[in-house]
Design a protein around this ligand. Structure first.
Ligand code: PMP
Length: 435
């Protein structure tokens, strides 16, 4: 079966071999990434792109960071795998490091290979601990692609199945255009969300395992609630003993600049019971996990092992990655360079096609609207293409696909922020966002 005329040869092979065949790529002409270096990636045709999406916020310290590469190859030469049946020093050391960073009381860590599986693990812990399969999640959420994590994903455009192994109720908890909460100020919005949560809990007689929430919704277009909402939610949850799971897959490791974890923006009186993490910790290596209060983790009453979670290979790479992050103060860098990037993008805010510039640190979203104020996914698609032809990779998100997502590696330099913002503004103008 030869490629259709003009079709990208590698894309044709992908269509024939892997993933559902209808699945497209982000661009009309696919980008075939072959290598990377720092904040840049290179394609098979020799083009170089400034990477403002990092494989969906995964590339934390940068592409081909020598310290990470060396740690991985050194470990690969020693042993690749051992499983949780045996002791494994990189896994233990990484767990100690994550526990120390977690800000959770009496923390215990369990490693998985993806964010999806981390959220499944968190749901397993919470439902078991509480003997309830009732879950609360936020509207417009995304928590993964497994059976359970899709069941707490509000945006069902991502779900191939409408069936669900858990009972989920969705509450308001992020600011979005077009909802009944639009137009409320922060205090009114917060009060409305708390009332919504209390109402749902009344209906369920408080018999609920947990609330799972992203502090800033990633796939949902970097939509966030006002700071402080989760502290108010926690007060309500605590009255019923309901656990709070913070999905920090996108917002963790200092991504949002001001705080190391997204939940800390809420000045919560106490931490979440469970935090899930993925993406950034491995800088591209498949490692993720949960960190939970010891009491919650220890409530698991059956043998629970993972073949690949926290393997010596991925744990060694993640350790080197976190060490690089600490030594180079990438959290502080996200704060400083995030502010530069936001300033440089200021001109976008006055463009008629731009609704709002949102987000924090190095997690910024540009919402695009049509002249009548409705979402403009076509403008987002065109801007993404125009940026690509100028050497900049960005992401898209939002329920309607009308939010540009900007999330470079946390090692971004100020000069790269200035260069990337200039290209993005050009791309917006070339797409007609300023008309
Ligand atoms: N939670 C959030 C907030 C995510 O953004 C994602 C991935 N986009 C996941 C969970 C799932 O992670 P993974 O793709 O590693 O399974």
């Amino acid at each position: 079966s030869g490629a259709a005329e003009g079709e990208h040869a590698r894309l044709a092979r992908r269509r024939a071999a892997v993933l559902p065949s209808w699945l497209g790529t982000l661009y009309s002409e696919p980008i075939d990434i072959e290598s990377g270096s720092g904040r840049h990636v290179h394609d098979a045709e020799g083009n170089r792109y400034l990477d403002f999406f990092g494989g969906i916020l995964t590339t934390m310290t940068g592409h081909a960071v020598p310290e990470v590469t060396e740690a991985v190859s050194e470990q690969a030469g020693r042993i690749l795998h051992s499983s949780t049946l045996y002791l494994n020093e990189p896994m233990i050391e990484l767990a100690e490091r994550v526990a120390e960073l977690s800000e959770i009381e009496d923390p215990r860590v369990f490693f998985t290979t993806s964010g999806t599986e981390a959220n499944d693990t968190a749901l397993l812990l919470a439902t078991g601990y509480r003997s309830s399969n009732q879950i609360l999640a936020l509207r417009n959420s995304y928590h993964g692609r497994s059976f359970a994590s899709l069941s707490v994903t509000g945006n069902r455009a991502w779900s191939p199945s409408s069936l669900s192994p858990v009972q989920t109720n969705y509450v308001h908890g992020s600011r979005r255009r077009g909802t009944v909460l639009e137009g409320l100020d922060d205090a009114e919005f917060t009060a409305a969300c708390v009332r919504d949560l209390e109402d749902v809990l009344d209906q369920l007689h408080g018999n609920v395992a947990c609330l799972i929430a992203e502090p800033i919704q990633g796939v949902g277009g970097f939509a966030a609630p006002p700071d402080g909402l989760f502290a108010r939610f926690k007060e309500v949850l605590d009255r019923h003993g309901i656990l709070w799971i913070s999905d920090e897959v996108q917002t963790g490791w200092g991504r949002t600049g001001e705080h190391f974890w997204g939940w800390q923006a809420h000045d919560a009186n106490g931490s979440p019971d469970i935090v899930t993490f993925a993406k950034g910790i491995g800088n591209g290596l498949p490692i993720a996990g949960v960190v939970a209060r010891g009491e919650v983790m220890d409530s698991v009453s059956a043998n629970s092992i993972s073949t690949f979670g926290g393997s010596p290979l991925t744990a060694a790479g993640a350790l080197a990655n976190l060490e690089y992050h600490r030594r180079n103060d990438l959290w502080g860098n996200a704060h400083r360079v995030g502010a530069v990037l936001r300033d440089e993008l200021f001109a976008a805010e006055s463009m008629p096609g731009v609704g709002e510039l949102r987000g924090k640190g190095l997690m910024l979203g540009v919402e695009l609207l049509r002249p009548d104020g409705s979402p403009a996914p076509e403008l987002a698609a065109e801007t993404t293409e125009q940026a690509r032809t100028r050497g900049l990779l960005i992401g898209k998100g939002g329920l309607e696909g009308n939010v540009l997502r900007i999330a470079p590696p946390l090692s971004l330099t100020s000069q790269e922020a200035v260069d990337g913002a200039r290209i993005l503004l050009e791309a917006l103008r070339a797409s007609g966002a300023d008309e």
